[in-house]
Design a protein around this ligand. Sequence first.
Ligand code: PA5
Length: 449
Amino acid sequence: MEPVKLNFDQALDFIKEGEFNKQQDLAREKLKLLHEKTGPGNNFLGWLNLPSSINDKQIQEIVSAANELRNKADVIVIIGIGGSYLGAKAVIEALDHNFGQLLQTGKDPLILFAGQNLSQDYLADLLEVIDDKNYGIVVISKSGTTTEPALAFRILKNHLESKVGRKKTGERIIAITDREKGALKQLANEEGYKTFVIPDDIGGRYSVLTPVGLLPAALAGIRIDKLVEGAGDMEKITGKEISQGNNPAVQYAIIRNLLYQQGRKIEILVNYTPRLHFFAEWWKQLFGESEGKEAKGIYPASVDFTTDLHSLGQYIQEGERMLFETVISVTNPVKQLYIPYDETNLDKLNYLAGKSLDEVNKMAELGTMLAHVNGGVPNIHLEIPFLNEFYLGQLIYFFEKACAISGYLLGVNPFNQPGVEAYKKNMFALLGKPGFEEESERIRNKLKT
Ligand code: PA5
């Protein structure tokens, strides 16, 4: 099958001639570093050969566990945050019916999410809607100690136990966590929950092709074998043996770094279908956590077009020129819808009668690209023939690989996230967590001044 097509002609015009070629040797070195596992963060490269190393038995095990839980529950609450949430949410939103929540045919369970925030109203509302439902829980936390999912899990487990008792609750919970460490693993052992492992050498934002993303996807009825197949295809396409000219991950990494060097500090991921909204959220975490460190890195942003053309479109067209766009374009829609002819033509839209709505969307896409490039915004274009499991798998692996190379080109370790601890320390100190007394004192003094 055809791979994701990358076209950066509309970005190259913003780079001095010859610059792209000059970067090729450096990028080749970085690709080697990645494949030889000799670069920074090399103990977190388990994702690199993941698609080709997952076997049918592992896939089948995930599908069986999903089917078992699907048979027991009409609603499944997935608990997790960051890398333990965004991949699953992105895949489900991209491949599910746009109004799946209302379209409960009885075939697939309703998938809801929790533990991705600390909002009391969110969780209270969730408890309200699932109170009379037959529900199950998938709790995902590599460390097993992250506050948001741990609190949500405690509250939901307590709720479920009070409804169906401890034994039945245990049968409706699946935990995805570390092989040995962490409070969740301990609890899972004690309560006898079914568990899946997040490998030690795969960080949260690179974990979507492990049970972290695959089990929730399988619960939603998504063909995870196809998702992995697509990712495997991209693993081959971007492999170290592929010369750079044909390696889209390397090319994308080079072009975005060159744009960054010229003051393009913000990359906007653009989509023209709401199904890709959460894919962009996943992408933002992938690039933001991987590159935003040591006072460096492109700020990853996203827009849903044409919706946001009526809000942020003005800024993109004429605001400060520190932006570039990467557009994900889907060639073929899943469904057909044609614009009808209208006798009165009061809305003056008969010139579009007989055309598909997608044709209009495509012209909006082309028109926007031309306008933005003309307004001084470099455009990178990524095209997939269909938004299905296979091509989504390709896109996921493409961005993971490109992000790693891009981080190395930038000169950072793309696999750590030291900055995410700062707010936690303050929050724990403010909440009076044992062991944070000194920090608490420091904060109180600071707040007094
Ligand atoms: O990418 C990351 O490492 C983070 O976003 C984590 O996934 C997130 O903080 C959740 O961590 P955990 O899975 O340990 O609960």
